[in-house]
Design a protein around this ligand. Structure first.
Ligand code: C2O
Ligand code: CU
Ligand code: CU
Length: 489
């Protein structure tokens, strides 16, 4: 049980009616329903279809449409890219050109964002200000720089106001930028973790205002659209698992006892040497590049409970409360031992922005507060989600940065809930997280800013100019206004 802080009490006061808050707690409690394998559990993991660049180019048509599909063992009508959940995995190399014709066969507007890729945000590049209306299509074209970091990236819609709903409904897919020198593994799997809630008819359930304020978490937690699929290996085998947190708001505290896990990268780039880990925490939007060295037996890849805080009135019964571990997948290791895969070569150290001349320091304050009219009117009232006191406006540029400069940003969270902070196009180097300075170079494109905490990052605004955005990657919060516009010029 979290005690009510003075700040919570202030927010509670701002809500006007204590009874409303109590009702809210009840609702949130019911969100924390059990998550476990349903029908279809134990089926072999399906890898999404793969499209690979050739001769420096990948061109594809990507259609967003509703389609009938088995989701976690249930008949459902999700939104899909090219009819699959997740959409096709795009495999690219540094220096490649990627051309995507996005076809919108949905009944609402959409667009496309390549999360984490270091590409131009202008024109028909990674431009989130583009709108593709129902029945229309748009030709995107991206060029990865020659030195683009390898890693696990992903794509999803980014039409402000509809992002959470479209991702919750199934619109996401993986992008892999291959290593210059391959790592010796016996198998590679892409595991896109998502969550959703289906209504009785198999449609994606709509989120209530309260669920949106908390950040919606689905009743089903899926891996590649499956409920608790099976992965297999022989003892001694080394596999590479590329794990993407495509959930709208759920944090994934991953753990798999009985197996050796080595993290070789998170978000963009590779670590210098593999790092043995027991747990990996993925905020919404984060990815992990993991080596799994198999030991005989059966293990469960679990998402353990993570407390991401809550709002006043939730009284310790926040979105993450009252919930046990979710079983994401089963890993079965049996048979004859495989030959040793050998060691993984260390990577050369990259640039360390801590030693760079710092051009400017900025502070960004992520805040939640009672909106105009408050919530006194009942459940319809929305809390305000802001950055530096302002809600998102497409026409306003909040932050202007000189091209080529290195900046230090401190992101402050004044709310009682975690906010995973995401910046498009330019990766962030984590400098200090809640008072703990980092000792090594850690690059991220989503950094979690803990409830009432702060994080400092450094960013090199190189290679591209143009307008883009930063926002909370609890996508309900982004849709509700916790997003700002940056222009590099
Ligand atoms: Cu993954 Cu702006 O988003
Ligand atoms: Cu992004
Ligand atoms: Cu948030």
């Amino acid at each position: 049980m979290r005690p009510i802080s003075r700040r919570d009490a202030l927010i509670l006061g701002g809500l006007g009616v204590a009874g409303t808050a109590a009702g809210a707690a009840g609702l949130w409690w019911s969100l924390g329903s059990t998550v476990g394998p349903l029908g279809g559990a134990g089926l072999e993991l399906r890898n999404p279809p793969e499209l690979r660049s050739a001769g420096g180019r990948l061109q594809l048509r990507l259609e967003a449409a509703r389609g009938g599909l088995d989701v976690g063992g249930r008949r459902a009508l999700p939104m899909l890219y090219n009819g699959s959940l997740p959409g096709p995995t795009l495999r690219l190399r540094a220096g490649d050109e990627l051309a995507i014709r996005l076809v919108n066969s949905l009944a609402e507007p959409t667009n496309l964002h390549l999360h984490g890729l270091h590409v131009s945000p202008q024109a028909n590049g990674d431009n989130v200000f583009v709108t593709v209306n129902p029945g229309d299509s748009f030709d995107y074209s991206y060029r990865l720089p020659a030195g683009h970091p390898p890693g696990v990236y992903w794509y999803h819609p980014h039409h402000h106001g509809l992002v959470a709903g479209q991702i919750f409904a199934g619109l996401f897919g993986a992008v892999i930028v291959e290593d210059p020198e391959p790592i010796n593994v016996s198998a590679e799997h892409v595991l896109v973790v998502s969550d959703t809630t289906l209504d009785f008819a198999g449609n994606t359930a709509a989120a209530s205002p309260l669920e949106r304020m908390a950040g919606r978490e689905g009743e089903l937690v899926l891996v590649n659209g499956q409920s608790s699929p099976l992965l297999t290996a022989r003892p001694g085998e080394r596999q590479r698992w590329r794990i993407i947190n495509a959930c709208v708001a759920r944090f994934l505290r991953l753990r798999m006892d009985g197996q050796q896990l080595d993290l070789i990268g998170m978000d963009s780039g590779r670590s210098l040497v593999p790092e043995a880990v027991d747990e990996v925490l993925l905020a919404p939007g984060n990815r992990a590049d993991l080596l799994v060295t198999a030991s005989a037996g059966e293990s469960v890849l679990q998402a353990l409970p993570y407390d991401r805080g809550g709002m006043a009135g939730m009284m310790g019964q926040g979105p993450s409360a009252g919930r046990g571990a979710a079983a994401l997948a089963t890993f079965r290791v049996s048979g004859e031992s495989a030959a040793s895969p050998g060691t993984v070569a260390a990577r050369p150290a990259g640039e360390d922005l801590r030693t760079a001349a710092e051009a400017a320091h900025r502070q960004l304050v992520l805040a939640m507060g009672a909106g105009a009219g408050g919530m006194g009117g009942g459940m319809g009232g929305m809390m305000r989600f802001s950055i530096n006191g302002r809600e998102y406006s497409e026409s306003r540029t909040d932050t202007i940065v000189p091209a080529g400069s290195v900046e230090e940003w401190t992101v402050v969270n004044t709310s009682p809930m975690d906010h995973p902070f995401h910046l498009h196009v330019w990766p962030m180097q984590l400098i200090d997280s809640d008072g703990r300075a980092l000792t090594s170079v850690v690059m991220r494109d989503v950094v979690n800013v803990p409830a009432n905490g702060r994080v400092t990052v450094r960013i090199a605004f190189r290679d591209f100019t143009g307008r883009s955005v930063y926002h909370c990657h609890i996508l309900d919060h982004e849709d509700l206004g916790m997003m700002g516009v940056i222009e590099v010029r």
